[in-house]
Design a protein around this ligand. Structure first.
Ligand code: FE
Length: 232
């Protein structure tokens, strides 16, 4: 069996949110899919260790925000690599409360769905929640992000298609220093000097060593010292 076969399955990127009493939480999920159209029914697979899992079990409602291709890594880091047990993810995020009072993330979303759990399936590490869609709206016409796009483009692993113009001065710098990639030991984000981290003002062509010490991982937010040299 070739386990990499599973990587050929296509997915999107979503924020799945729920509530428990007065508390709200949400997390990144890629396993969201429609099951039937009449009545409209979808499924999500959620890790049992996650706070959102506890909230969906309790309230039996959840919402799905379909993220756009231009969603910043920092936003994905907040919902994907931090736990609602440690911080309020909704503090600085644009959202509304849906018809069930579950939170609906509107920021970076192209559309959303709101669901009531009608069934669930225990699959070891995860629970698959089956939800009847009770509300759904399109927010804008932007392109939804695919999981493949997130890995290939957003993580900066293969953005060679980007206009990577490198100045003369930078070129010399590159010859002197080895442009090695560094990987975040927490979330797996790869810092590629050829790409830099433009969202944080780190220009392409900047070696890892030259990044200011107060720079943090754009995905999970840990400090620079949590990065390790990437073995090629
Ligand atoms: Fe990280």
């Amino acid at each position: 069996m070739n386990p990499k076969t599973l990587h050929k399955i296509s997915y999107g990127l979503y924020v799945v949110s729920s509530k428990k009493n007065n508390k709200i939480n949400g997390q990144i999920a890629n396993t969201v899919f429609q099951i039937t159209s009449e009545p409209p029914t979808v499924a999500v697979s959620i890790n049992k260790d996650n706070l959102t899992h506890e909230f969906i079990k309790e309230s039996k409602v959840f919402t799905i925000s379909i993220l756009s291709e231009d969603t910043p890594m920092k936003f994905i880091g907040l919902f994907g690599f931090k736990s609602g047990k440690d911080l309020d993810k909704f503090k600085e995020v644009f959202y509304k409360l849906g018809v069930t009072n579950a939170p609906v993330v509107l920021e970076n979303a192209v559309a959303y769905l709101e669901c009531e759990v009608i069934n669930n399936l225990d699959v070891g590490t995860h629970t698959v929640f089956i939800g009847k869609v009770i509300d759904a709206e399109i927010i804008n016409d932007k392109k939804p992000m695919t999981y493949d796009y997130y890995h290939k483009v957003k993580k900066g692993k293969a953005p060679k298609t980007a206009p990577t113009y490198i100045s003369e001065e930078k070129n010399k710098k590159m010859e002197v220093k080895k442009m090695q990639k560094y990987v975040c030991s927490v979330c797996g984000y790869v810092y590629d000097p050829e790409v830099g981290d433009p969202d944080s003002g780190i220009e392409h062509g900047t070696p890892f060593e030259d990044i200011p010490d107060d720079w943090v991982c754009p995905v999970c937010g840990v400090s620079k010292d949590m990065f390790e040299l990437k073995e090629e």
